[in-house]
Design a protein around this ligand. Sequence first.
Ligand code: PLP
Length: 408
Amino acid sequence: MITINEHYLKLQASYLFSDIAKRVAAFQKNNPDKDIIKLGIGDVTRGLPAAAIKAFHNAVDEMANDATFKGYGPEQGYDFLRQAIAINDFQSRGADIAADEIFVSDGAKCDTGNIQELFSQDIKIAIPDPVYPVYLDTNVMAGRTGTFTDGRYQGLVYLDSTRANNFVPALPAEDVDLIYLCFPNNPTGSTISKAELKTWVDYAREHKALILFDAAYEAFIRDESLPKSIYEIEGAKEVAIEFRSFSKSAGFTGTRCAYTVVPKQCAAYDSSGNRHFLHSLWNRRHCTKFNGVSYPVQRAAEAVYSEEGKAQAKALIDYYMENSMAVCNTMDTLGYDYVGGKNSPYIWIDGRMDSWQFFDMLLNKAGVVCTPGAGFGKCGNGYIRISAFNSHEKVQEAMQRLTKVLSA
Ligand code: PLP
């Protein structure tokens, strides 16, 4: 008899986006003339940088010709892209990361989800609340948690991100082995300073723990004093793996390209306490289970680092950041407390009521769709997330509607 992995039965059905869709559909049915503005999703809305498109086209043409055709590529990514990443994203900021420490992939979602395979079943895991759900669910699937009781999985250490700690969680009171951190954060948009991040690196070094640092939104950082990479912190290479993506930095959500950095010194231990380097374990996993990103996509990603590509990608980010600023300015005027928006495409707003109540009010009175914070964890209740991924016109219109409703 074929039996299932029963850990899957512990997973909480993710009602968040389907609940939102249902409520939006009901509103649309009852108000067919009302135009709805969606500021709920984390997907980008603008076209790829022209330099990336040009390189993409050229690479597709290469595939048509026997002389330049490419078959299976290196699973870790082509050297041209790994070099461009190492130089531009790390070495230029003083982080000593080499090309062969970079593993190109088709998504930070897959990588942040798959990485837990390298670790044993009985590790103690610290996960932020609110959280990007992939970190949580992949550990539930792997059987590293107990059941879901009173809004939380048993056996995990939750790192509360609240107004009291400015949405940067405190170090755990108990010993943990694996720590998930994400800055700029999804969903809160909060950022971490170098000094704060150093306390996590020091903790990991002291406890022989590992940090999984998700920097998918680093391109939105404006404040030059903030770290874009955990490797800007001394000692991090031994205790941290970093995830990056072209999804939000260059509009690749539908094109698919990301990467994970596993420094050569980064280690974990076997049950006898012997040290093992994670670079070789991840390399083994990547080569066994992943075929590499397609050649044209890697050429398109490489072009993001050309002079025109950099300027065009920056213009994309600047466009969304204007929206972020418009949302922040509206909240300042209305006197609503929020975090994020200044170095992030997300604005996390204290709605002063239940998340879903606030969501319904914005939908029904303003025709604006946001994301209820409660969908990201217990600490998200009372908050909503507004995303900057839309056109200037739509965001301006949404802010005018919100101003009318919230100042009434
Ligand atoms: N990490 C975070 C925090 C995200 O919010 C997202 C996407 O929304 C991802 C990773 C996934 O990125 P990718 O498109 O590369 O899979």
